[in-house]
Design a binder for this molecule. Structure first.
Ligand code: TXA
Ligand code: MG
Length: 325
């Protein structure tokens, strides 16, 4: 779906005057600012409630602009950019001078990606510069995959929302540290580990899911209001019904093998059979269960292959301990 040209012109004007534009990408909606405007970049952190040490991704119009934003492009990074851009892959490289430290959380590296969405492409080409954009949600909560999600969550805090329909991929980009000779995955996402390995012709490491928890930090992220509890696949129905009996308003993600089961809980999401459709729907399903008044969501992890790796990563984070307020 193409945004009308006047919308793109308006969005460019907002970016040029230091404002914030919500923009569709193929993964999730981003909250964008002119990457070279430290004041506008600082506003992103305020609106999201995000700690300033958490670096942002710089979105650019094409791989041909990469050298403008980073100091050097190792051969492996060039190879990955050629294969996967435009697309849901973010490369972490050494920061070029053009990128203010405000955007990188003070780091000497910068994350860069070329989104594969006609509206994002139209915006980036009309704007000419880079657009820093985190996902357009409050810090720690579920990422938006429609313009309505953005409006509901951020309202007037955004100066302009570009509506590009529902996001095709539905989970964020895969982040690859490409600063050295041996790349590694920092966050699984829309480009699968298998796709990366096929191009690199070698295995690539993924962060362990049982990372050490630093005291005082809360790993909860991508989280709905309802508490998320992970259970073994064969226990989904029994655990959900038990929690409902104990007085919870339970929402459950029901795997396709169980779709016919009549589960006695408050709300049921029948999961689609393909992992691509699951990824596309994931954040919408979590939002839906919140809206339907669930206080507990029971779910099992998918097999960690293909997009299942990113889905499992988001569900684990959503189920992580919440900050105590
Ligand atoms: O698909 C996506 O990546 C979406 C769309 C809008 O492009 N963006 C997104 O941004 O997910 P955000 O801010 O929600 O997540 C960016 C992630 C953070 O986990 C951050 O720590 C990591 O990128 N990141 C950014 N710069 C980095 C750097 N220099 N080194 C390591 N990680 C970095
Ligand atoms: Mg995010």
């Amino acid at each position: 779906m193409m945004a009308r040209t006047p919308d793109i012109e308006k969005a460019v004007e907002v970016l040029r005057t230091g404002g914030l534009v919500a923009l569709p990408t193929e993964t999730v909606y981003g909250l964008g600012a002119n990457a070279e405007d430290p004041v506008a970049v600082a506003r992103i952190f305020r609106v999201k409630g995000r700690p300033p040490s958490h670096p942002l991704i710089v979105h650019i119009g094409g791989a041909e602009h990469l050298d403008d934003w980073v100091q050097e492009v190792p051969a492996t990074a060039r190879l990955l950019a050629e294969h996967f851009w435009p697309g849901p892959l973010t490369l972490v490289l050494r920061r070029g001078r053009r990128v203010p430290l405000e955007a990188t959380g003070g780091l000497e590296t910068v994350a860069v990606r070329v989104p594969d969405h006609p509206v994002a492409q139209a915006l980036l080409s009309a704007f000419g510069g880079g657009v820093t954009a985190p996902s357009a949600n409050r810090f720690g909560s579920v990422s938006p995959t429609t313009a309505d999600h953005v409006r509901a969550e951020l309202g007037d805090a955004v100066d302009f929302v570009l509506d590009g329909g529902s996001c095709e991929v539905g989970v964020e980009s895969t982040i690859v540290d490409a600063t050295g000779d041996i790349p590694s995955i920092l966050r699984p996402g829309g480009v699968t580990r298998e796709d990366l390995e096929a191009v690199l012709k070698c295995p690539i490491t993924v962060p362990s899911t049982s990372q050490v928890r630093v005291p005082g930090q809360h790993p909860s992220h991508y989280a709905p209001r309802a508490r998320v509890v992970l259970v073994e696949p064969e226990k989904v129905v029994a655990e959900a019904e038990l929690a409902q009996e104990l007085g919870h308003q339970v929402g459950v993600f029901l795997p396709p093998s169980l779709t016919d089961a009549s589960v006695k809980v408050h709300a049921v999401v029948a999961l689609p059979a393909s992992t691509a459709a699951y990824a596309r729907g994931l954040y919408g399903f979590l939002r839906e269960l919140d809206q339907r008044g669930c206080d507990l969501i029971i779910v099992s992890l998918p097999t960690e292959e293909g997009l299942g790796l990113a889905i499992a990563n988001r569900l684990r984070r959503a189920a992580g301990p919440r900050p105590t307020v």
